[in-house]
Write a protein that binds this ligand. Structure first.
Ligand code: APR
Length: 255
């Protein structure tokens, strides 16, 4: 399970860390409350705050995966990865090589786009171009529809992808749950941690303790910066060389 903390080493602020979190830095948008930037009703009224943020956050434009994302790829290569459930919309797990079949982007993705009124699917590249050029709002192409188009990022007030609920199946076959870089403040995503069986160890990799982690005798808390925790876990697994190679491989593919 991953949250915005997984991407802070890539330079993307998380939401709730006091001072640096996104929700502490939205003054310029004059929002009624911070989460309004991801609220579908507010978006219908004024889409500019979201699109201004999207211009900066657009996946694969300004940011690249970090060691945390590559650790997920390494778990896959070592045949230990069942599924990555992420709340992040930055697409960095995919950029680091986590296969689509093992990635559930519970809060949606920029990879597709649709009309918020009639649901018509739109060309994501055209939507990306319009967002980056600041040519917004993007109106629906369907005749007679006056809807606004947005990337398929899940806003407050919208449903999560139906396949998110497959987690009830996955948790039964999970030997271990890793919870990385999330405050576990937002449901239903946060609820996953309490559905794994009592005999399944839950490992929290986070600056601080969150949610119910620590309440079970077999919970493990790796508190501190996730970069340090990931490297110490990798050392304990004897996978240091493999993780280093992944970094070189990625950097070479970056050119
Ligand atoms: N190392 C370890 N932990 C970190 C690091 C780091 N380098 N950076 C941040 N964290 C931790 C923070 O301490 C915090 O507990 O990651 C967590 C991030 O929490 P949030 O900012 O609340 O982000 P997240 O849990 O993903 O938010 C969930 O809220 O607004 C919605 O849709 C949005 O998906 C988002 C959801």
């Amino acid at each position: 399970m991953a949250g915005a903390g997984l991407s802070t080493p890539s330079g993307i602020p998380d939401f709730r860390t006091p001072g640096t979190g996104l929700y502490d830095n939205l003054q310029k948008y004059n929002l009624p409350y911070p989460e309004a930037i991801f609220d579908i009703h507010y978006f219908m009224m004024d889409a500019r705050p979201f699109f201004t943020l999207a211009q900066d956050l657009y996946p694969g434009v300004n940011y690249k995966p970090n060691v945390g994302h590559r650790f997920l790829r390494l778990l896959h290569e070592e045949k230990k990865l069942q599924m990555v459930y992420t709340q992040n919309i930055d697409g960095l797990e995919r950029l680091a090589g986590v296969p689509d079949s093992k990635l559930m982007e519970a809060h949606g993705t920029f990879a597709t786009a649709s009309c918020t009124l009639c649901g018509k699917i739109h060309n994501p590249d055209r939507v990306k171009e319009a967002i980056i050029d600041g040519d917004i709002p993007i109106m629906c192409e369907a005749a007679m529809c006056k809807g606004k188009v947005k990337p398929d990022v899940v806003f407050f007030g919208e449903n999560l992808p139906s396949s998110f609920w497959d987690y009830h199946h996955h948790v039964h076959f999970t030997d271990l749950l890793l919870v990385i870089g999330t405050s576990l403040e937002v449901y239903p995503f946060a609820g996953i941690v309490d559905t794994v069986g009592k005999t399944t160890p839950r490992v929290l990799i986070n600056l601080n303790s969150v949610g119910s982690l620590g309440s079970r005798s077999n919970d493990v808390i790796l508190a501190g910066d996730l970069k340090d925790s990931i490297w110490s876990l990798t050392k304990a697994l004897g996978w240091e060389e493999k993780l280093k190679n992944l970094e070189e491989k990625y950097d070479s593919s970056e050119e």
